[in-house]
Design a protein around this ligand. Structure first.
Ligand SMILES: [Ca+2]
Ligand SMILES: [Ca+2]
Length: 737
């Protein structure tokens, strides 16, 4: 509300020619007030022609957008400018046409607006889901546990710009706002952003070429920052705020936009490519088709003058990982027909994938205690055994079954509340295989589609509501690979709009399919299929798929499929079953012959190829699981192996403790979160352990199934106090609280 008062106050000031800011902004210097006041009155006539639209996001949250007329502008930087970036990323400077009118937020999205979104949708930001973010530690932007847009390291009122938000968070906000308003809400393209930010100017800054003249225009690093942090490059004036300022504190440009320079960096929709301007279209450029980093624009409250130029482009990992990157965003209404980028890591609620929504075995639904005895909301008999994990999304449970005669794969979808079957997909899948011939790969659900991979290579994309087949492929017949001894087991991996599968054929070892059509996007020659499920992560600025083939561990460029690196470990013969684990720029893998290793990476994604260093940076010999994937949580790494539960430091791989218990003698699935690790054993027992670096602390244990001969190979799905768990004969919804 404060923001709107302030906004009306600003508008009012245009007419009566007074200072725009009330006394409530105690930090604001008199000089800055005067500057803004004078500037405001000069602009009053221009501003009258602007067309605004007010959109209601929630009863207490509105957003003002302003119409930006179609037109031409000069994009990029004059190569003679003193402040240019020398790597050529802003060149060539060229005329670009924006062919359609669009609307853009007059301000950065505020904390209050983002809070309305989070409250209405239940959305958890990437930082909240993962338990950390880069936030302000008082001196630098630093990696901090528990930080998120709610807790950024300094005080923010609701009219401050939201920050600590990842690219995916911004996209999720756009999706929600589109649904709320019925308008096509997007992030601006780089071209739209620069066009709107320039508002007819051709200079380095919206106020001219001299950064010294920017007083009253922007909240960047100013005198107060220089005093507090000696050595900082800063603007030679007081802007009144050391950290973020309320939006619209400073004067708007001729198009009516505030804070294009400073306050928070703003996500754009475009992928980053240093050389993009050399090949970009002159009309409505939308950025490269793909990439590893997105572009941030405009600088932030701690940016130096060169960083705060209107043509400046900053590549950022999708989380905004680096310390100087203070990401926020503003939105546009864009009816040009371009599509909102897909989430780079689909933020899917519930349990829609192998090892949960992020393929990392973590969940904020892990309980803090276990019930005394197993109580099911419902159970349902199956016709066959099932090794493949359970998926839960949109109130539906999806899991694999086999017909009684073992001749058909069956995928069943049940109502999550009642266990009633909603649909099933069956197809012939005959043949012998050790460990039964039932499906192994976990189903993957996203965007109302489910991806189902059978043990013999049948891949179906079905409508998740009714099971209708949308497209299908056969990983062996279509690509010419050889069926591994234990069948196809790797859960397909969703990245952007690609579904990455592992046929293991000589010319198609790894293949990316268009997730909507099943068409091939890229395929890469290489070795036979492995058993591990692939993951994706951004290592030093390059997004890679990391997985195994039959012989080696490797990384592949997400966008091209090109193999970036290969590591053949010291000892041969690993079956390569456990899923690799990425923690920031590090990779941890565990196998039976080569034990637990940590790899680090060299190179920088926007300059040179990124490769894992062949020699492991750390190793730990005693933890050598053949099938179990360890879980990394809160600086620790947990894994049962040989009847012992290990807890290692996930940075050093040093043993913190281990605990012997026969429950850990064979296969197990681990889910970590809420300060705990929940382990489902092969015998269908749940063990809840504190995630404690000091010692093993068992909180509870619970035998889930009456049948003490049953086996649980299937990874259960944990959603809000319920565990959807499958043994060899049934599936059930276990009530955990
Ligand atoms: Ca400042
Ligand atoms: Ca900004």
């Amino acid at each position: 509300m404060l923001r709107y008062l302030k906004f009306s106050c600003l508008l009012l000031s245009l007419f009566i020619g007074r200072g725009a800011f009330g006394q409530d902004e105690g930090q604001k210097s008199d000089e800055a007030k005067e500057g803004v006041s004078a500037a405001s009155s000069r602009e009053s006539e221009n501003r009258a022609a602007l067309e605004y639209v007010d959109l209601e996001l929630a009863p207490d949250a509105k957003m003002k957008l302003v119409k930006v007329p179609a037109g031409k502008f000069i994009m990029g930087t004059d190569p003679k400018q003193r402040t240019r970036v020398r790597d050529g990323r802003e060149n060539p400077r060229r005329e670009v046409t924006i062919s359609r009118d669009f609307h853009i937020g007059t301000c950065e999205v505020t904390r209050g607006q983002f809070a309305a979104f989070a409250k209405d949708s239940g959305y958890l930001s990437q930082a909240e889901r993962e338990g950390w973010a880069y936030a302000w530690n008082g001196y630098v932007w630093d990696k901090m546990g528990g930080a998120s847009w709610k807790k950024v390291g300094f005080n923010q009122a609701d009219d401050h710009p939201v920050t600590c938000v990842s690219f995916d968070d911004a996209i999720a906000f756009c999706r929600w706002m589109s649904a709320k308003t019925g308008r096509k809400i997007m992030l601006p393209t780089e071209a739209q952003w620069e066009y709107a930010a320039r508002a007819g100017t051709t200079t380095d800054f919206p106020w001219g070429d001299a950064w010294e003249d920017g007083e009253g225009w922007a909240n960047a690093a100013d005198n107060s920052a220089r005093e507090r942090f000696p050595g900082w490059r800063a603007f030679p004036f007081e802007d009144g705020y050391l950290t973020t300022a309320p939006v619209a504190t400073y004067r708007a440009n001729a198009f009516g936009l505030h804070d294009v320079i400073g306050n928070v960096w703003e996500w754009t929709a475009d992928w980053y490519d240093k050389d993009y301007y050399k090949k970009a279209p002159d009309i409505d450029p939308t950025g490269p088709a793909t990439g590893s980093q997105r572009v941030l624009r405009g600088g932030s409250w701690l940016s130096s003058p060169p960083r705060s130029r209107v043509a400046g482009r900053l590549p950022s990992n999708l989380r905004g990982l680096y310390c100087d990157y203070i990401p926020g965003f503003r939105v546009v209404i864009d009816d040009s027909g371009r599509e909102l980028p897909p989430l780079s890591i689909p933020n899917r609620p519930d349990w829609p994938d192998w090892r949960g929504p992020r393929r990392d075995g973590t969940s904020h639904h892990v309980p803090e205690k276990l019930p005394e005895k197993a109580e099911f909301l419902w159970t349902s008999k199956t016709t066959g055994p099932g090794h493949s994990g359970v998926a839960v999304a949109d109130g539906r449970v999806l899991f694999a079954d086999k017909s009684e005669d073992e001749k058909n794969d069956i995928w069943r979808c049940l109502d999550a509340e009642t266990g009633k079957e909603l649909w099933a997909l069956a197809y012939p899948a005959e043949g012998h295989m050790p460990y039964t011939n039932s499906p192994r790969a976990a189903p993957v659900v996203y965007d109302n589609r489910a991806y189902l991979l059978g043990p013999f290579g049948h891949l179906h994309c079905v409508n998740f509501e009714d099971g209708k087949v949308l497209w299908k492929k056969h990983l062996i017949d279509d690509f010419g690979g050889q069926l591994p001894t234990w069948g196809m087991t790797a859960a397909p991996l969703l990245v952007d709009d690609k579904l990455i599968v592992n046929p293991g054929a000589a010319e198609a070892s790894l293949v990316a399919l268009d997730r909507k059509t099943g068409e091939i996007v890229w395929k890469t020659p290489g070795g036979g299929a492995a058993y591990a499920s692939p993951i994706t992560n951004n290592f030093r600025g390059q997004r890679q798929v990391v997985t195994y083939d039959a012989e080696s561990l490797g990384g592949w460029d997400v966008n091209t499929g090109q193999r970036a690196w290969t590591i053949v470990p010291e000892k041969q013969g690993d079956y390569n079953v456990p899923t690799p684990i990425a923690i920031d720029d590090r990779l941890i893998v565990s196998t039976e012959n080569n034990s637990t290793r940590m790899y680090v990476f060299r190179g920088a994604g926007h300059r040179e190829p990124v490769r894992a260093v062949e020699k492991p940076a750390m190793t730990f010999a005693d933890m050598a699981p053949d099938m179990i994937t360890p879980v990394a949580y809160d600086g620790m790494l947990f894994c049962p192996h040989n009847a012992e539960l290990f807890c290692l430091d996930s940075k050093t791989l040093e043993l913190l403790w281990k605990q012997r218990d026969m429950a850990f003698y064979s296969y197990a699935s681990l889910i970590a979160g809420n300060g705990h690790v929940m382990i489902t054993t092969i015998d269908g027992e749940l063990l809840l352990v504190k995630a404690n670096r000091e010692k093993y602390e068992l909180v509870g244990r619970l035998q889930v199934f009456d049948d003490n001969k049953t086996e649980v190979w299937s990874h259960p799905a944990l959603v809000k106090g319920r565990l959807y768990i499958r043994d060899e004969k049934s599936i059930g919804c276990l009530i955990l609280k």
